[in-house]
Each structure stands twice: as structure tokens, then as C-alpha cells.
Write a protein that binds this ligand. Structure first.
Ligand code: GDP
Ligand code: MG
Length: 444
């Protein structure tokens, strides 16, 4: 069994609780374990190196949230970076082209191309009501064309009639013609593989591509592919050009490292995963599931997310205290705006501060949407420290300079200053209402 990354980091980092931020040394120690975990998950070495460097940059100096351990913090950073690398948004098969849309399946022998062809055909037929034609271009293995035919019968998807003696390119061209004449929406070309990457395979794939019009070229790869994943993905992408990746046998005990390797070297999205031999064992790719698999961890991520929420609540409390004292300058406003950004808009921030409904309305009235927040931060960022702490000194020439520096205009600056004044006034009033009053109520 694999130890979870958290277990391993525990001994290195747990002594550090409460130290504040992650030091270079802490991070290096942690990254040695991260590196081992990734290699055990079969992530290719060059990808591991590059990945851990990126994590290092993000982790050194990162604030360790109260109530969680530094090791957990590192796991969270690693997890987030994994998801960013794997691709946060889900990308499906692209059928956005004139019919018939050709999907070409490529990959090594036994990777699951034929099985996946059947699965995709079934899915397109059932979920998207597409009329699909499948054609086997595998003239190398004796029963390959029959294998696809059987899958077609099983899924009730048409397959191109087999004509003995034809080569792969001929079959592909015939398939596209048949699809055009037969009014098909999609034609799936199931190509032949080899046991390993070689020149004849690449030449064959390039020829098929050159003579047909594949809109999607899906590289099918076994999730158990280890260090070879990089070479595999790179070769197919450079020689044939792939538009997406399908990872098969995700139902096995592979740790999913190939997903990271292939995505990292090609930048191409993982579109689907195969999770069994049956025709409906095909799923959309969810990066977080693979990330969890790679790291072998439990619920650390949600634990850290919770801690982050608490920290935000603490910051909100500190801000409220400041308001109470009646001092609320443009630095404070910038902090506030930044927090709103990280918390997914002003709804979240205000949610932490009951009783702030009025302010929320005021900000909405001022047109505070997320794009606006960015411009406002730019304005404040273009001010001198003195201007930020004493907005009263902002006269015409200063505003002109700030407008130029922030790519905005005087009207926007005036709007921001007006909003700040209103907020500051309101806070003073609220603060004056006293200790037993509104502020106390607000902070619970
Ligand atoms: P091809 O040579 O690339 O066409 O590979 P095949 O489609 O013939 O698949 C080879 C073997 O892998 C078959 O026995 C399939 O049933 C099996 N297979 C394909 N995809 C999956 C999958 O996602 N999970 C499992 N467990 N087996 C799979
Ligand atoms: Mg096959």
C-alpha cells in the first residue's frame, strides 16, 4: 500500500505548527516527499521535476493557516497545482464541425482504442442522438475488424462493411464517403496500434490523417502507462497531432500519474476516462479525482479549505474592529476589495458580517461587480501611500496622474472616493452606536 503524502509529511512538518509561513527549508523537505509520491504514482520524471519547481515557487513564503499543520498546507498547495495542471475545466468531445465529423482514435496496441470507439459511439448515440458510423482500420490483427463489428452490433451502432484486402487509408476514405452519403453525424476511425511506438506506426497514422479530415484525434492510453507516457504522448502529438486524451483502465489500481505526464507534455485536455470493459464504462474526466488518486490522501483538502474560511472570518473581524475605531482609509478599502475577490464576490464577504446588508446595497448601487473591483484596485494601486491614508489630498492633478497610471479616468476615481467616503461615514456611525450595539451584534 501507499502511504498517504500527508503521513509522510507529518513527521517532517508537523513540528512547525504556528510558525507563520513556509520557509524555503520546510518546503524543500516537503517537496522531497511530494516528489516520491509523484514518482510512485508513476508520474514521469521530467514532469515531476518541473511540477515540484512550480509548487516550490508557490509554497515558499505561503502563509500557514491557523489550525492546520504545515504539512497539510503543502498538500493543499500540491493538490491545487495538480488540478491546475490537469485542467480545471472539463473539455468534452468537440463535434462542432460540418457533418460527418470524423473522430480518429490513436494509441498503442491494447490501450483500449476499439473498446473506447464503441463506448464513445454508444454515448454519442444515446446522449446526443447522433447517427454514428464506426470503421476499423486495423488490418494488422486478424480479428480486429470483427471485434469492432461485434461491438457495433452490441451497441446498435453501424459499422462500415468489411472489404478484405483494403489498406487502412483506403478504409478510412471509404468510411468518410459512406458517412457522407449515409447522412451520418459522426464517423469514428479505429486505427491499429503497435506494441510500442515505431516509425511505421507514425507514418501510417500521418497518412490516414492526411487523407481524411479528422476533427478530433484522440490518443487512447492505459492509465498504467508509467514513465513511457511522456514519450508516447509527445510522439503522437508531434507526429500526428492529438486534440485530446482518453485514459483507460482507470478502474484498475494505477495511480493516475500518466494523466499528469501526458497533459503536462502535450497541454492537450484529458477528455474521457474508461472505467471498465463494458460499453457504458466511460466517464467525463474530473481532475480532482485523479489528483486525489495521485496524492493518495483523504480529506485534507477540505480541511484546509475550512481553515481558510476561518481565516477570512478572522480578517473580517479585524476589519470590523478598525471600522469601529472610525479609521477606514483607502488601504482598508483595498484590503476589503481584495478579500471580496478571493471570496467570490461581495456576497461571500458580507455573508461573514451579519448586519452589513446596508453596505452591501450601497456597494451594489456603486456598480461593484468583479471587473469593477479590479479597476478599483488598480486606482488605489496607483496612489502614493500618503494619498491612500489621507484621501482628502487628492486634487485634480493627482487624480490625473492616478488615472493615467491605472488606465482609468477621473470620473471613476471620483466614484471610488465617493464610495469610500460613504462607507467611512457609515462605519463611524455604526462604531459610535457603541459596544453593546451594532458592532457586537455584527461579530456575533
Ligand atoms: P486496442 O488494441 O487499443 O483496440 O484495445 P482494445 O479496445 O481491444 O482493449 C484491450 C483490452 O482492454 C480489452 O480486453 C478491453 O476489454 C480492455 N479495456 C479497454 N478499456 C478498458 C477500461 O477502461 N477498463 C478495463 N478494465 N479494461 C479495458
Ligand atoms: Mg483495436
Amino acid at each position: 500500500m501507499f502511504d498517504s503524502l500527508q503521513d509522510r509529511l507529518g513527521s517532517i512538518l508537523n513540528g512547525l505548527t504556528g510558525r507563520g509561513s513556509l520557509s524555503e527549508k520546510d518546503v524543500s523537505a516537503a517537496l522531497r516527499e511530494v516528489r516520491r509520491a509523484l514518482l510512485e504514482a508513476d508520474v514521469a520524471l521530467e514532469v515531476v521535476r518541473e511540477f515540484t519547481e512550480r509548487v516550490r515557487e508557490k509554497a515558499v513564503g505561503a502563509e500557514v493557516l491557523k489550525s492546520i499543520k504545515p504539512g497539510q498546507m503543502v498538500v493543499k498547495i500540491v493538490h491545487d497545482e495538480l488540478i491546475a495542471t490537469l485542467g480545471e475545466t472539463q473539455v468534452g468531445i468537440d463535434l462542432n464541425a460540418p457533418a460527418p465529423v470524423t473522430i480518429m482514435m490513436v494509441g498503442l496496441q491494447g490501450s483500449g482504442k476499439t473498446t473506447t470507439s464503441g463506448k464513445i459511439a454508444k454515448r454519442l448515440k444515446e446522449k446526443q442522438r447522433k447517427k454514428v458510423l464506426m470503421a476499423s482500420l486495423d488490418t494488422r490483427r486478424p480479428a480486429a475488424q470483427e471485434q469492432l463489428k461485434v461491438l457495433g452490433e452490441q451497441t446498435e451502432v453501424d459499422t462500415l462493411p468489411i472489404i478484405p484486402g483494403q489498406g487502412p487509408v483506403e478504409i478510412a476514405v471509404r468510411a468518410e464517403q459512406a458517412a457522407r452519403f449515409g447522412g451520418y453525424d459522426v464517423v469514428i476511425l479505429d486505427t491499429a496500434g503497435r506494441t510500442h511506438i515505431d516509425e511505421p506506426l507514425m507514418v501510417e497514422m500521418a497518412n490516414i490523417k492526411a487523407r481524411t479530415k479528422p476533427h478530433e484525434i484522440l490518443l487512447v492510453a492505459d492509465s498504467l502507462t508509467g514513465q513511457d507516457a511522456v514519450n508516447l504522448a509527445r510522439s503522437f502529438d508531434e507526429r500526428v497531432g492529438v486534440t485530446g486524451i482518453v485514459l483507460t483502465r482507470v478502474d484498475g489500481d494505477g495511480r493516475g500519474g500518466a494523466a499528469l505526464s501526458m497533459r503536462a507534455v502535450t497541454g492537450k485536455p484529458i477528455k474521457l476516462i474508461g472505467v471498465g470493459e463494458k460499453m457504458d464504462a466511460l466517464e467525463d474526466f474530473h481532475p480532482s479525482r485523479i489528483a486525489d488518486r495521485i496524492l493518495g490522501m483523504g480529506d485534507i483538502v477540505s480541511l484546509v479549505e475550512k481553515a481558510a474560511e476561518n481565516i477570512d472570518a478572522e480578517k473580517a473581524a479585524a476589519m470590523a474592529k478598525k471600522m469601529q475605531s472610525g479609521k477606514f482609509d483607502l488601504n482598508d478599502l483595498a484590503d476589503q476589495i481584495r478579500q471580496m475577490q478571493t471570496m467570490g464576490g461581495m456576497g461571500g464577504m458580507m455573508g461573514l458580517m451579519p448586519g452589513m446588508g446596508k453596505m452591501k446595497d450601497q456597494m451594489a448601487a456603486a456598480g461593484l461587480d468583479d471587473k469593477m473591483l479590479k479597476r478599483q484596485l488598480a486606482i488605489i494601486g496607483s496612489m502614493t501611500p500618503a494619498e491612500r491614508s489621507q484621501p482628502d489630498i487628492l486634487k485634480h492633478s493627482r487624480k490625473k496622474r492616478i488615472a493615467a497610471g491605472s488606465g482609468t479616468n477621473s470620473a471613476e476615481i471620483n466614484k471610488l472616493l465617493k464610495m469610500h467616503r460613504q462607507m467611512a461615514d457609515m462605519m463611524k456611525t455604526m462604531g459610535k452606536k457603541g459596544k453593546g450595539g451594532m458592532m457586537k451584534q455584527m461579530m456575533g
